[in-house]
Ligand binder design. Structure first.
Ligand SMILES: *Cc1c(COP(=O)(O)O)cnc(C)c1O
Length: 335
C-alpha cells in the first residue's frame, strides 16, 4: 500500500474499468457456467441459476481481482513483487497469477486459515508466512513486509483493480441471462459485491443485490447498521473465507456497500452446513462454507420476499477440506 493515508475515491471504480478488466484478465480467467438449479427453482417458485466460480483454476472468483491487479502493475512493481494478507482464496489466486506471470508473491495468513488453503498456496510457489492468531495481526505483518521490501500490497477486497476484476462476474451473468433481476452474493470485505454492483447497476438500473454473510462476526453487516466501520470478533465459522474484521482505514469497498446494499442477510452455522450438504447431494457440487451462504439464504423461507422472478446466486468457491465436507454431508441426510 504505497499511500495508506490518501482517502479513497469509490468513484474510481467505474463500469468502464470493469469492462477493461475483463479484457485484461481473459487469458487467466474462465467465463464460468451459469447453471440452472432445477431443485431450487421448483422449491422457490422462481427461476434460480448458479454462477459457478468454483470452476476457476484456483477454485474461487478471487482469480479475477488478483489477475487484474497484477496485470495492471507497472513493470518495475511487477519485478519487485506483491504481498497480501488473505483468508486463503485471494492468496491462492495471487500465487497462481504470480506463477503465470513471473511476479514474486508473498502471502500472509492467520493461524485460522484451513490447511487445505495453506497447502494450495504453497504448492503454487508463493512464499507463505503464517503470522498471528487473527487477520488483524497477519495484515499488519504483511504491510510491514511491503514497506520493508518495497513490495506492492494487494488487498483482498479494498483495491480498485481487485474490485473491478471481481465486477467482471456481473458482466458475464448479464450476458448469459439478460432477464436476471436479483443477484445473491456472499459478503466479507465487500469487494465482490461492490464490483458486481457497479457493473450490474450501470447495465440494469432496477437490479437488486442481496448480500449474505455468516452470523458469527459479519463485518459489513454490523458496520452498515452502525453507519461506520465497527470492529467484529473473529469467530471461527464454516464460512472461513468470510471471516475477519473490516480494517478501519477501508477506502473503497465499504463505501460501495453503503451505496448499493440495502441489507445483508445473515445465516447461522447450521444453515451453512445444511447448504453445503444440499449443494453436494442435489447439485452435485463441492461448495465451501463461505460460498454456501448464498444457498443457505435461498433455502431460508424468510428470504424469499427479497427475491425477484429471476435469481442468480454466485457460488464463490470450492476450497473446503473434503473430509470435513463428507462429514457434514453424512450429518445432513435430508437437506
Ligand atoms: C473472498 C470470498 C468471498 C467474499 O468476497 P469479498 O470481496 O471479501 O466480499 C466470498 N466467498 C469466497 C469463497 C471468498 O473467497
Amino acid at each position: 500500500m504505497s499511500h495508506p493515508q490518501t482517502p479513497g475515491n469509490p468513484e474510481a471504480i467505474t463500469p468502464e474499468r470493469v469492462r477493461e478488466a475483463r479484457e485484461r484478465i481473459r487469458g487467466l480467467v474462465c467465463c464460468t457456467p451459469l447453471k440452472p438449479s432445477f431443485t431450487l427453482s421448483r422449491r422457490l417458485g422462481r427461476e434460480v441459476r448458479l454462477k459457478l466460480e468454483t470452476m476457476q483454476a484456483t477454485g474461487a472468483f478471487k482469480l479475477r481481482g488478483a489477475a487484474n491487479a497484477v496485470l495492471s502493475l507497472p513493470e518495475e512493481a511487477r519485478r519487485r513483487g506483491v504481498v497480501t494478507m488473505s483468508s486463503g482464496n485471494h492468496g491462492r489466486a495471487l500465487a497462481y497469477v504470480g506463477g503465470k506471470t513471473g511476479v514474486p508473491v508473498v502471502v500472509y495468513l492467520s493461524e485460522q486459515v484451513p490447511a487445505v488453503k495453506v497447502d494450495g498456496i504453497r504448492s503454487l510457489g508463493a512464499e507463505v508466512v503464517v503470522a498471528g492468531p487473527d487477520q488483524d495481526e497477519a495484515g499488519a505483518a504483511a504491510l510491514a513486509r511491503a514497506e520493508r521490501d518495497g513490495l506492492t500490497f494487494v488487498s483482498a477486497f479494498d483495491h480498485p483493480d481487485v474490485i473491478a476484476g471481481q465486477g467482471t462476474v456481473a458482466l458475464e451473468i448479464l450476458e448469459q441471462w439478460p432477464e436476471v433481476d436479483t443477484l445473491v452474493v456472499p459478503v466479507s470485505g465487500g469487494g465482490l459485491i461492490g464490483g458486481i454492483a457497479v457493473a450490474a447497476r450501470a447495465l440494469r438500473p432496477e437490479i437488486r443485490f442481496v448480500g449474505v454473510s455468516q452470523a458469527l462476526g459479519p463485518a459489513v453487516h454490523d458496520s452498515l447498521k452502525a453507519g461506520r466501520i465497527v470492529p467484529v470478533e473473529e469467530t471461527p465459522s464454516l464460512a472461513d473465507a468470510l471471516q475477519g474484521a473490516m480494517p478501519p482505514d477501508n477506502r473503497y469497498s465499504f463505501a460501495l456497500c453503503q451505496r448499493y446494499l440495502d441489507e445483508v442477510v445473515l445465516v447461522d452455522e447450521e444453515a451453512i452446513a445444511r447448504a453445503m450438504a444440499y449443494a453436494f447431494r442435489r447439485e452435485r457440487l463441492v461448495v465451501e462454507g463461505g460460498a454456501a451462504t448464498t444457498l443457505a439464504a435461498l433455502l431460508d423461507p424468510a428470504v424469499a420476499h427479497r427475491l425477484g422472478a429471476n435469481v442468480a446466486a454466485v457460488i464463490t468457491g470450492d476450497n473446503v477440506d473434503l473430509g470435513r465436507l463428507l462429514e457434514i454431508v453424512a450429518q445432513h441426510p435430508e437437506p
